[in-house]
Write a protein that binds this ligand. Structure first.
Ligand SMILES: NC(=O)c1ccc[n+]([C@@H]2O[C@H](COP(=O)([O-])OP(=O)(O)OC[C@H]3O[C@@H](n4cnc5c(N)ncnc54)[C@H](O)[C@@H]3O)[C@@H](O)[C@H]2O)c1
Length: 340
């Protein structure tokens, strides 16, 4: 059977754009996705990736979408531009792969969801943790019940956030939405929700603003209630120190230590021993395959719009809890959850 092929345009030629271009090359059927153009207000960046991958370069992404008429647009812009670019791409009839987090807040998510539904296109949000080999293996251990009942999860992410390599917009609340807890916290919240097939229903958080740059937080701690009934904590620090990226899963009959992208360890009664993780295609390749399946089978991708909105809703509640000094309920927006 002949497989459908799709032309792809990329909006934003920054740090993550190259990962999408590489993943298109690494697909098992390389003709399935053909990049045609890339746009960036920084023309040198767009030109560099366009030259490397033999595609056209634009400064104005609206001109690019109007001229190129791609089947799929990938949005890899700063967070404050996710809404604007998604609305335009949907109006142009493009399916959309939108980088995480979906938008600055749930109000913007709702506008995106309405535009995508109105234009009858498909949207996936790039929650890449769904496609990471170790995460998938950990999820299958939870589902198998072999360690008993999952009773709690602790997610810790510590790394120096204020580095010269991080683009300046990440430190402006108006452009990024928040600091480490928006950027990496959305990955952690996604991972905890997805591992347990549940949504965050309540949060108590305390956030710290001691970065030397910008007006975003540099760290924080949160206690999460999830609809699965399995409670979780998140600890994130962007201040200097040892680099940690670990999710500990504690069961009635054992424990798992998940280091996404690195490995998975099971507690044997005394200490952790590494467990084999089946090899698979790279996460960005699996993400594309899920998007194509969603387009062709008329189904939602793993990270549907409603799901991705739930991550933004949890992040929003996290900041509100810290401001109010109390636990807050997460508004999961009835209408947005109905379809996709
Ligand atoms: N899935 C992941 O693991 C992962 C990893 C890194 C980044 N991200 C996400 O990807 C997105 C982009 O992050 P990044 O690190 O690549 O940022 P970046 O700053 O490196 O890239 C953004 C690019 O957008 C360009 N840009 C800004 N305004 C524009 C406009 N109006 N039109 C066209 N181009 C414009 C900038 O010049 C820049 O080159 C963010 O949502 C981020 O959270 C996801």
């Amino acid at each position: 059977m002949e497989l459908n092929t799709y032309r792809v345009a990329i909006i934003g030629a920054g740090n993550i754009a190259g990962s999408h271009l590489e993943a298109m090359r690494a697909m098992s059927s390389p003709d399935r996705l053909t990049p045609c153009a890339i746009a960036d207000v920084n023309s040198a960046r767009a030109d560099a990736l366009a030259g490397k991958y033999g595609i056209r370069s634009y400064i104005d992404y609206k001109e690019m979408l109007a001229k190129e008429k791609p089947d799929i647009a990938i949005v890899t812009l700063p967070h404050y531009l996710h809404r604007e670019a998604s609305l335009f791409a949907a109006e142009q009839g493009c399916h959309i792969l939108l980088e995480k987090p979906m938008a600055l807040n749930t109000k913007e998510c709702d506008e995106i969801i309405a535009a995508v539904r109105r234009n009858r296109v498909r949207m996936m949000v790039g929650h890449t943790h769904h496609y990471t080999a170790e995460n998938r293996e950990a999820k299958s251990w939870i589902a198998s019940g072999r360690l008993g009942k999952l009773v709690m999860m602790n997610d810790r992410r510590h790394l120096p956030y204020d580095t010269p390599a991080r683009p300046g917009w990440f430190f402006e609340k108006a452009k990024a939405g928040g600091g480490i807890l928006t950027n990496l916290g959305s990955h952690s919240i996604d991972k905890l929700q997805w591992l347990t097939d549940s949504r965050v229903t309540g949060i108590k958080a305390r956030v710290d603003y001691s970065l030397r740059r910008g007006d975003v937080e540099g760290g924080g701690t949160a206690f999460l209630d999830l609809s699965s009934g399995v409670p979780a904590t998140i600890s994130q620090s962007g201040y200097p120190g040892a680099i940690v990226d670990e999710t500990e899963l504690l069961f009635t009959g054992g424990s798992l230590l998940l280091r996404s992208g690195i490995g998975l360890w099971a507690g044997d009664g005394r200490e952790y021993r590494e467990v084999p993780v089946p090899p698979q295609a790279p996460p960005f390749v699996l993400q594309f395959e899920d998007l194509l399946g969603a387009i062709e089978e008329g189904r939602e991708p793993e990270s549907s719009m409603a799901y991705s909105r739930s991550v933004v809703a949890a992040v929003e509640s996290l900041y509100r809890s810290s401001e109010l000094g109390t636990e807050v309920a997460v508004d999961q927006g009835g209408g947005a959850n109905e379809r996709g």
